[in-house]
Design a protein around this ligand. Structure first.
Ligand code: ADP
Length: 400
């Protein structure tokens, strides 16, 4: 049972081929610079590689090359694409149309494309990739779509509505959707398993901290609130994104700079966050190093991050009327022991106490990091969105 997992952007097509017998990755890579020139980097489980410049005018040529490297040449891992049971695609925005993993039909691809206004950078390229995949992959191989937003469709209206006139929700679908749903679903389930508890009995705050960061309140296995909003800009300070800002500050700054709405959006998405506050970098490692060297603005960026994460943990504990565990995932959450430590400091009032020795120096492993007498547990839970997409895809096609 092999599942091909695809994560397509406007100019890239990342993929993993997963053997579902043991959930191991047989090969992974990226067809990059689609529509510009083209490059493929491909690596097999046993270290064979392809690194080549190729012409990729569209996603179709990228899929053709992907099929070629998987099935022929020195770094092939399949005899033919018929060995693949299904293809699972990551889709960013499913809005209220898709609340679960779905089998791809022409109508489904069209609906994903129709949502492009709600995710301009992502959904149209996803649709292009789905059409291309349909053209290139044998017709008997089912395709499945897994949505970043689907996990958050369980949020109640009181959590997902903005205080704008209700007609804007009805007419334009303006509301909080939340993102990173596949990651929050994967890590919260993995945590319940690690704790030996039924997820239905757990109240979890899931902190996915990377270049993009979001925090989700998971009550009984369901997302009840999340920090990202209408787009992945809301919530906490990120690499280059603002996180939450008073909307009046947005219109004020746009006026001062003479920005159009799309220039202002660019400013908030690409020039803000760690980068904007520090003036140094969007990368947590650079910010941490600069802060340690005494750079005041880098120190401020870190302090803002830690403070904002703490506030979400407190808020979501209140929203859920309790808290059993806080988990850290994503590039920062999995690797940055200092961020985890500072977030968990002075949280005894909430019943959360870190075991510093268990936390220090730990990177990318599933591990409990709270003290034995901590009422609320803290864990590092490495995320694996591709694996969850593969599991979902397999479960759906097995049920066909
Ligand atoms: P994305 O949101 O793009 O998937 P990642 O989840 O890969 O991003 O997270 C990237 C962030 O993780 C960067 O800010 C990076 O500095 C941070 N990071 C990665 N490795 C480490 C590490 N060893 N120590 C501290 N931070 C790290």
């Amino acid at each position: 049972m092999m599942i091909l997992v695809v994560n397509a952007g406007s100019s890239s097509l990342k993929y993993q081929l997963i053997n579902m017998e043991d959930e191991s990755v047989l090969a992974k890579g990226n067809c990059d610079r689609i529509g510009i020139d083209g490059h493929i980097s491909h690596k097999t489980f046993d270290g064979r590689t392809v690194d080549a410049d190729v012409t990729f005018p569209t996603h179709t040529e990228a899929f053709m090359k992907l099929v070629e490297v998987l099935t022929t040449g020195d770094a092939s891992v399949l005899k033919s694409m018929d060995e693949i049971s299904a293809v699972g695609h990551r889709i960013v925005q499913g809005a209220e149309v898709f609340d679960r993993t779905t089998l791809v039909t022409d109508e489904v691809i069209q609906k994903i494309d129709d949502l492009q206004e709600l995710a301009p950078v992502h959904n149209h390229p996803h649709a292009l990739a789905l059409w291309a995949c349909k053209k290139v992959i044998p017709a008997n191989v089912p395709q499945v779509v897994v949505f970043d937003t689907a996990f958050h469709q369980t949020m109640p209206a009181k959590a997902f509505m903005f205080g704008l006139p209700y007609e804007d929700y009805e007419k334009y679908s303006v509301r909080k959707y939340g993102f990173h749903g596949t990651s929050h679903r994967f890590v919260s389930a993995a945590l319940a398993e690690a704790m030996g508890k039924d997820i239905k009995d757990l109240k979890i705050v899931s902190c996915h901290l990377g270049n993009g960061s979001s925090i989700t309140a998971v009550d009984g296995g369901k997302s009840v609130d999340t920090s990202m909003g209408f787009t992945p800009l809301d919530g906490i300070l990120m690499g280059t994104r603002t996180g939450a800002v008073d909307p009046s500050a947005v219109t004020f700054v746009a006026n001062k700079h003479g920005f159009t709405p799309s220039e202002m959006s660019d400013y908030m998405n690409k020039k803000s966050g760690f980068l904007g506050i520090s003036g140094i970098s969007s990368d947590n490692r650079d910010i941490t190093a600069a802060a340690q060297n005494g750079d005041k603005r880098a120190q401020l960026a870190r302090e803002m991050l830690i403070y904002q994460i703490k506030k979400y943990i407190g808020a979501y504990a209140a929203a859920m009327n309790g808290l059993d565990a806080v988990l850290f995932t994503g590039g920062i959450g999995e690797n940055s022991d200092d961020v985890r430590k500072e977030v968990c400091e002075n949280m005894e009032f909430l019943g959360l106490k870190l075991d510093n020795a268990a936390n220090d120096g730990v990177r990318g492993q599933l591990k409990k990091i709270s003290a034995a007498d901590s009422k609320v547990e803290a864990w590092i839970v490495p995320t694996n969105e591709e694996l969850l997409i593969a599991r979902d895809t397999l479960a759906l096609v097995q049920g066909l």
